[in-house]
Structures are given as structure tokens and as C-alpha cells.
Design a protein around this ligand. Structure first.
Ligand code: PNS
Length: 165
């Protein structure tokens, strides 16, 4: 791993939360640039289409000189190799994340030993925030202000107007 290389921050981002935004900002403090890699995951039946997930992230980071927004399908390590990166960044919120992240990091290492996974701790106020909970709380009318960027709230409101959530 070289400290002067751009890193890949992968995820489903269905939708992006302020916890994700926090990890991206932290990554930018440590690394020269971040490639946000949105997984096209039809088997997970995402609420937002790939295009919508990308639009929200583009709105937030599309003009940032040190951020690139990409989509991928298939294996993450293949994407990482394709873009010439060697570091994957993942956020850790709590111990409950650890087992899943540990498995993924070690499987990715087995698949591609030259790629390293680096974990950054999410800021405490976001330690309980997940895309899944955001959707659930919003669906039942709970207040999600401050937990997602405003653009995400707008997209959620639109989904509700379309009767999709
Ligand atoms: O935001 P998420 O859903 O926790 O992100 C999970 C993600 C996208 C990082 C993971 O599902 C992934 O890398 N998927 C691509 C397929 C792959 O490479 N699987 C093997 C990883 S061990």
C-alpha cells in the first residue's frame, strides 16, 4: 500500500447516509483521492435504482476534484484491479460490523493478495446509522433529518410520492 494512491470506497449506497459521507471525508484526510464504487446489486432488490444512487452521490461529490464516482458489478477486487487501486476503505460503526467486514477483507485478500483493506471508524453520531434503518424509519414516518444528506431526503420523499416506499 502506498500512501499516495487513490482508494476505493465500495458499497450499495441504497441510499448514501451521513455515515458514508463521514467515511468519505475521513478518507480524503488520509488519502489523495477516493473512488466511490457503487455496487449494482439486483439480487439485493435495492430501493433506489443504480442511476438514482449514482445521482445522489454525484450531487454530493460529483464536482469534488479528489472524488470519482463509479459503478461496478461482479467482484470488488476485479474492479479495484481494473481502476489500478490497491486499497479498499470500509467504515466500521460497532463491533457488530466486525465479523462481516473481517470475512470480506480476508476473502478479498485471498482473491487478490496485493489489495489491502483499511478500516476507518465512523463518527460516533453515525454509529447506529445504516441505509436499511434509514429506509425503515422513513417508511413508517420517523424523522431522519441530520442522518442523511438533504438530497437523499428529497429522493426518499419522491419514492413515497410514487408509492414505492
Ligand atoms: O454497503 P454494503 O452493502 O455493505 O457493501 C458491500 C460490498 C458492496 C462492499 C460487497 O457486497 C461487495 O464487495 N460486493 C461485490 C461482490 C464481491 O466482491 N463479493 C466478495 C466480497 S468478499
Amino acid at each position: 500500500m502506498r500512501a499516495n494512491e487513490w482508494v476505493v470506497y465500495p458499497g450499495s449506497f441504497d441510499p448514501i447516509t451521513n455515515g458514508h459521507v463521514d467515511i468519505i471525508q475521513r478518507s480524503l484526510h488520509v488519502f489523495p483521492g477516493v473512488i466511490i464504487a457503487i455496487l449494482e446489486n439486483p439480487e439485493k432488490a435495492p430501493l433506489f435504482t443504480l442511476k438514482e444512487r449514482r445521482e445522489m452521490i454525484d450531487h454530493l461529490f460529483g464536482h469534488h476534484p479528489r472524488v470519482r464516482v463509479e459503478t461496478f458489478h461482479g467482484l470488488l477486487v476485479d474492479f479495484v484491479r481494473r481502476v489500478g487501486a490497491r486499497v479498499i476503505v470500509r467504515g466500521l460503526r460497532a463491533m457488530t460490523d466486525f465479523e462481516y467486514e473481517f470475512q470480506m477483507a480476508l476473502m478479498n485478500r485471498r482473491l487478490c493478495p496485493e489489495v489491502e483493506t483499511v478500516f476507518l471508524m465512523a463518527a460516533e453520531p453515525y454509529s447506529y446509522v445504516s441505509s436499511r434503518l434509514i429506509k425503515e424509519v422513513f417508511r413508517y414516518g420517523g424523522n431522519i433529518r441530520g442522518l442523511v444528506p438533504e438530497i437523499v431526503e428529497q429522493y426518499l420523499v419522491r419514492k413515497r410520492a410514487e408509492g414505492r416506499i
